[in-house]
Write a protein that binds this ligand. Structure first.
Ligand code: DAH
Length: 344
């Protein structure tokens, strides 16, 4: 029996030593120490032994049980430790690795400029209006004193959709639309930002699609000096308090008299440089007093009402403000360009 016990121990210890998984150890424990395990079975036969033999064999049996239990515990500990090490290794995070940069977006420069212009005019009591980009010939031209075949239509090369429908060439039709809607008997004070379209070939200063901001103020007794005051405020807020403005005579069919507004050149301070083409002044926008015919066609009596209007190009304003030399930068979405104007 003694030999039997010793061979059980040897066999069990060998199996434990070669076990590679915790589950195997569990099986070994059942196979040797369990209720039907081989050690238990041998111990059951102890009753057949003599009184003298029993304690001797009993002691050996206890030693065998202890040896197997001890080996099982040790091996269990070892395998658990190995499993833990493996898990730690596979889940390890290298905190010294540099992080992946997070790209934060921001408003497009044109959006910011339009917002700035809107805020400025809202502050002076103007409301913000919108009009359709697909416009009728009537509102885009006729209502603005540009009858069919008028030579001044050539100033704006037009994308026609049909004989009567076109892509608006300017935001000025919103003047006529707003006045008509207001009904001819109350004041209008609005700006209209929006997209416009021209049949131009794209280059550094031309784009077939760009934006404009229209302005219109109609009331009893609106004068040229009101136009000058509003534009002066606008120029100083947008470009700096030290900038001067000047109005030059010009021509637009929908205003009489018509003007173009220049601001003093910041680069040379008025002495003349390449930015202002040696003149000391930079052209910013067109405007004038609303033509009596335009008022009349929209239902306003020009003997009672007068008004001023202006139109500007936000791209040009942004180009002057930030020294951008190519209008296509606004539409080609080069992230390196756009990023420069994201202010966190
Ligand atoms: N609509 C003109 C253009 O696109 C700009 C303009 C000039 C608008 C004079 C006006 C104005 O309202 O009074 O060239």
């Amino acid at each position: 029996m003694k030999e039997q016990l010793e061979s059980i121990q040897t066999e069990a210890l060998e199996k434990i030593a070669s076990a590679a998984e915790l589950r195997e150890l569990q099986d070994i424990k059942v196979a040797y120490l369990g209720k039907k395990g081989s050690l238990t079975t041998v111990l059951r036969g102890m009753g057949k032994l003599s009184k003298e033999e029993r304690p001797v064999v009993g002691e050996i049996a206890n030693q065998v049980r202890e040896a197997i239990t001890e080996a099982l515990n040790q091996k269990t500990g070892k395998l658990e430790q190995e499993a833990m090490d493996k898990q730690l290794e596979s889940e390890a995070i290298d905190v010294t690795l540099p992080g992946r940069p997070v790209n934060v977006g921001g408003p497009h420069l044109l959006t910011s400029i339009l917002q700035e212009i809107e805020d400025l005019f809202i502050g002076m009591g103007f409301e913000v209006r919108e009009g359709p980009e697909v416009e009728t010939d009537y509102f885009n031209f006729e209502a603005l004193n540009l009858p069919k075949n008028h030579p001044a239509r050539d100033m704006q090369d037009t994308f026609y959709l049909t004989n009567e429908l076109l892509l608006r060439t300017h935001t000025s039709p919103v003047q006529a639309r707003t006045m008509q809607e207001y009904g001819g008997n109350r004041a209008v004070k609005m700006i209209c930002p929006g997209k416009v379209y021209r049949r131009d070939t794209d280059d550094a200063t031309h784009s077939h699609q760009f934006t404009q901001v229209e302005g219109l103020y109609v009331d009893k007794d609106v004068r040229m000096s009101d136009l000058k005051g509003v534009l002066d405020k606008f120029a100083k807020k947008m470009f700096g308090e030290d900038r001067e403005i000047r109005l030059r005579p010009s021509f637009f069919p929908f205003t009489e008299p018509s003007v173009e507004m220049d601001i003093s050149c910041k680069v040379c301070g008025g002495d003349g440089c390449s930015v202002c083409k040696q003149s000391g002044w930079i052209e910013i926008l067109g405007g004038g007093m609303v033509h009596p015919k335009v008022l009349e066609m929209a239902g306003y009596d020009p003997k009672v009402y007068s008004g001023f209007a202006f139109g500007m190009g936000p791209e040009r304003i942004a180009m002057l403000k930030y020294g951008i030399s190519d209008i296509r930068q606004f539409y080609t979405n080069d992230i390196r360009f756009l990023k420069q104007f994201h202010h966190a």
